[in-house]
Design a protein around this ligand. Structure first.
Ligand code: G
Ligand code: MN
Length: 420
């Protein structure tokens, strides 16, 4: 049941009470939707009611819990006016979700995970709408980072993004496409590029991709941004893909994937530019995949069926990666730069990366290390058998045209030398 009006009213009532600070908590229960999909809607409703009750039981009688969508609950927690108070409530909730739930006698116990976003009154919003939205985007932050919870961050650059500015920039092609080289570590040569979007706002401020991509996801701009990114990337890349076996990695937001249409857009665009689907690697992050898994998996399958490769981006910083791997039609893992950075300094970190590479190879997957910043790390990765590498040490992201101007003539010479 969608409870928008009831939630607004409850938050507004809390503000009107004049009792001072309180917390608004958004709880997104991962996989709750899947219960209805797998076992039918009656069972799904039972599961939702059961989870709602568990949440209410773990909070105090004075707290209010409302369901806001088929996987999301909102709680108002009066009297909690600082983060430490809220952390206690989060710890209690977390304990509840550590146990598998028994939904009905004839279905297996179900394990879910709660992602929590928190906004505090009065500092994080003066009205119900602002508080609720800020709690939701905190939950998005937590989910994106693979954390269990996040507080609203008033310093986030995202807050300063102007919707019209971003929308118009996308429409007017004012974003830039950068390419960062991908190296084959054993052959010590460039075998592809990752396409990265860059945006400078009207205020002449460069905005971090993470911020404007998240903003686009939250404001119905992600389809437009993805369409722009696909076309801009392919337009530039068509000059490179005459080189045989050249790889083109494109980041796809799981949100865009699950909204549908992206697969067809990408395949159509490849057709228009005369680029083989087998030259393309679609990169998706594992943490964000959890959100709309069924839709995203279907989309990825359709891409794989046409020969597009699929990489799990930022691998190793999310959770449940191993379970997801059995469900996703994946062809490679991109090991997150935080793990790669630990190789040089930390023996355990190095062991972990080595194990991930072996594990990927056992599953028949390629491995790419991202964030290689020095020679020692690059050499260690080669010894570990890592296939591909990327990072400031091997080449920074640069405007696609600059990369092409340098790289394409060299590739042509190499091709001529090879007698092609
Ligand atoms: O999420 P994804 O892995 O697609 O992010 C790639 C980002 O990492 C890009 O924005 C790029 O600028 C950045 N990046 C690329 N190479 C390096 C590196 O060697 N070190 C660091 N810290 N960041 C890098
Ligand atoms: Mn990437």
């Amino acid at each position: 049941m969608l409870n928008r009006a009831a939630i607004h009213a409850a938050i507004t009532r809390q503000i009107g009470d004049g009792m001072g600070g309180f917390a608004v908590m958004v709880m997104r229960i991962l996989d709750l939707r899947l219960i209805a999909l797998r076992f039918g809607s009656a069972c799904g409703e039972q599961a939702e009611a059961c989870v709602g009750q568990l949440i209410a039981d773990s909070l105090r009688p004075a707290d209010t819990v409302l369901q806001s969508s088929d996987e999301t609950f909102v709680a108002m927690l009066p009297g909690l006016h600082n983060r430490n108070h809220v952390l206690l409530a989060i710890a209690k909730l977390a304990a509840v979700f550590e146990q598998p739930h028994v939904v009905a006698d004839d279905t297996p116990p179900w394990q879910t995970r709660a992602i929590i976003g928190v906004a505090l009154f009065p500092e994080d919003g003066a009205d119900a709408d602002a508080l609720w939205r800020n709690a939701q985007s905190a939950a998005d932050d937590a989910q994106r980072r693979g954390d269990q919870y996040a507080f609203h961050d008033p310093h986030s650059a995202r807050i300063h993004i102007d919707y019209h500015d971003l929308r118009d920039s996308i429409a007017a092609n004012r974003l830039a496409t950068y390419f960062q080289p991908i190296w084959n570590l054993a052959q010590q040569r460039i075998v592809g590029v990752e396409s990265l979007a860059r945006w400078t706002s009207r205020a002449q401020r460069p905005v971090e991709p993470e911020d404007f991509v998240t903003f686009a996801e939250q404001n119905h701009l992600i389809s437009a941004l993805t369409r722009w990114s696909i076309h801009s990337t392919l337009r530039h890349a068509s000059a490179l893909l005459r080189t045989p076996d050249f790889l083109l990695a494109i980041n796809l937001s799981p949100q865009a994937l699950s909204h549908g249409g992206v697969v067809e857009q990408l395949l159509d665009a490849l057709n228009i530019w005369g680029i083989s689907p087998t030259a393309v690697v679609a990169e998706v992050t594992e943490t964000a995949l959890a959100r709309d898994m069924d839709m995203a998996v279907q989309a990825l399958r359709r891409l794989r069926d046409r020969g597009v490769r699929v990489a799990i981006d930022d691998f190793g910083v999310g959770y449940a990666s191993i379970t997801y791997l059995s469900k996703f039609p994946v062809s490679e893992l991109k090991i997150d730069k935080s793990l790669v950075a630990s190789i040089a300094s930390d023996a355990r970190g190095a062991k972990l990366v080595e194990s991930i590479i072996q594990f990927a190879h056992n599953l028949g997957l390629w491995t790419t290390a991202e964030g290689i910043e020095d020679d020692a790390t690059q050499r260690r990765l080669l010894e570990m058998g890592c296939d591909l590498g990327q990072g400031y040490h091997l080449g920074r992201p640069e405007p696609a045209d600059d990369f092409i101007a340098r790289y394409a003539p060299r590739a042509a010479v190499a091709e001529a030398a090879a007698g092609k």
